[in-house]
Design a protein around this ligand. Sequence first.
Ligand SMILES: *Cc1c(COP(=O)(O)O)cnc(C)c1O
Length: 435
Amino acid sequence: MNYFSLNHNAPEVRFKEAVVRGLAPDKGLYFPKTIQQLPDSFFHNIENLNQVDIAYEAIKQFVGDEIPEEDLKTILKDVLSFDFPLVEIDKNIASLELYHGPTLAFKDVGARFMARCLGYFNSKDKNTNKVTVLVATSGDTGGAVANGFLGVKGVDVVILYPSGKVSDIQEKQLTTLGQNITALEVNGVFDDCQAMVKTAFLDEGLKTSRTLTSANSINIARWLPQMFYYFFAFKALKDKSKKLVFSVPSGNYGNICAGMMAQKLGLPIHHFVTGTNANNVVPEYLKTGNYLTKASVATISNAMDVGAPSNFIRIEELHHHDFELLKQNLSGYGFTDSETIDAINHLKKQHNYIADPHGAIGYLALKNHLKHNSDSYGIFLETAHPIKFFPVMPKQIADQMEIPPQIKSILHKEKKSIKISNYEELRHFLLKSFN
Ligand SMILES: *Cc1c(COP(=O)(O)O)cnc(C)c1O
């Protein structure tokens, strides 16, 4: 399987190189050259397959022969060591809970898969450069990446997070692991962290003995495994005859775009809905036809505070850059913080279900869509455990939440971070750590 750059100005590469590079040399995102539909028999037989079998069938063509079947299955087994329950909330509405992994975020699957692929390549090829994964986080990505890469040989992880802008639990997840993980606490906001990471990737002086890569969803090894969720949900569906709709709370649009890949592979998904907060570039685009990126604004669903979604270009590619075709497959709605809180309260009161702010937005977007499409069955993706958003949850609900074991075990650990204020300090740290 070859990958080409969506900027069309870089050589095609195979899986390994695309994973190690992250972004193509022309700064374009990598995209698979061909996408082969899975056979009907796979879908008819899906209830008899386990998570690893399903994931293997879905991803094997994208990995190609660079990881043999047995090794790829071992990696998948390790990555998918927890459940993805589909919980019925209401008639025709279910929540797909993606937060049962080690950091209680859906990003665990992509981060763990990418980490194990890089670890595999390092173990097979002693000449492979050591890799430094550099990642900026507004909270959730950093924890999943740190945990996924912990102890992976040949890979160091450097995480930049905005000081005082992540929740206590998120900060503990970033700063207490040690080993090959370093947390840099940036005196600034998320956009400052992001800008520093971008500067580092463009800094020729840093490209010496080390390969610098990103662990954001632009990396195919973080993006593609997210397809699995949609297959798992389909397997769990009791009545597979209804029109299936997925509602995905979206920020960088990696997760929903992976769902569209699953659809390309033949999974019978009738329609997608994207829910966003005030950062509603895509819903506005679907309404007006004008794609206007803007500076992000802060909301209570902060993992979606993205003003220029990095994966949207892949969605356009999947729809042949045809606006009408895209509109048939995707609807979008943005919601305010107070609408989000109302939805959290409603879900608890009416359905005895506790959703986090992101999942609640997925629910709201789905409800909007189903108003005019009552013959569909809708699944919204619950992308994080509500405990991670404790400070912004309605107090009465927050007080009823139990602390999961993944969190209990880190709360007493000591935070270790290095404070930085500007790019020069990041550069200095990286050069020192390369030796
Ligand atoms: C990252 C994240 C999202 C957005 O996912 P994208 O793939 O960037 O669209 C939604 N919810 C939570 C909790 C997240 O951490």
